[in-house]
Design a binder for this molecule. Structure first.
Ligand code: HEC
Length: 153
């Protein structure tokens, strides 16, 4: 038993931040799924702003609430060491620079969270107000993607 525990501790240290039983592939899939859900609600906001779906304050407010909830999610464990696109080509677009600059990544996430606060105030106030706030929000997503996400796999 003691020996088992020790090897578990060694395994965890070797893979850094990955809990036993969670593979790098799992972490990457979860990371991408996290952003996909964020993108799903963003698409709703965008469709409302463009008039592709009829403006509805409740629909808009729910989408923002979902995104704010995701903004509170601690993404730290979605970024274990060894899961950049250099380590796992074809599986992820996360650039290696992320692991050299986690603070920078978090600052970009803060910018999105700030834009979400503004969006939260605007979303229920009509299509025009929603559209205005959407530019800032979309810009905050791009702000992170341009530095930390590669264009292609
Ligand atoms: C803090 C940085 C950061 C912010 C802020 C951010 N993203 Fe991303 N996003 C990423 C990274 C990194 C990836 C690549 C993940 C991977 O491939 O492992 C990604 C991937 C995605 C993907 C593709 C997921 C997939 O299926 O591979 C979508 C969609 C997405 N982001 C939408 C958004 C939207 C919408 C916002 C703004 C509301 C946003 N992101 C804000 C870093 C960020």
């Amino acid at each position: 038993m003691r020996k088992l525990l020790i090897s578990a501790v060694i395994a965890m240290t070797a893979t850094s931040a990955l809990a036993a039983g969670i593979t790098k592939e799992d972490a990457v899939e979860s990371r991408r799924a996290y952003y996909r859900v964020l993108g799903h609600d963003m698409a709703t906001l965008s469709a409302l702003a463009k008039g592709e779906i009829e403006y509805n304050a409740d629909t808009a407010k729910t989408a923002v609430a979902n995104m704010m909830l995701l903004g509170k999610y601690d993404t730290e464990r979605l970024y274990p060491a060894g899961t950049s696109n250099a380590d796992m080509p074809g599986k992820t677009r996360a650039l290696p620079v992320i692991w050299e600059d986690m603070d920078g990544l978090h600052a970009k996430a803060d910018a999105t969270n700030e834009a979400l606060v503004a969006m939260n105030e605007a979303a229920g106030e009509g299509r025009a107000a929603l559209g205005k706030a959407l530019g800032k929000l979309g810009g905050s997503c791009k702000g992170c993607h341009s530095d930390y996400r590669s264009k292609d796999f």
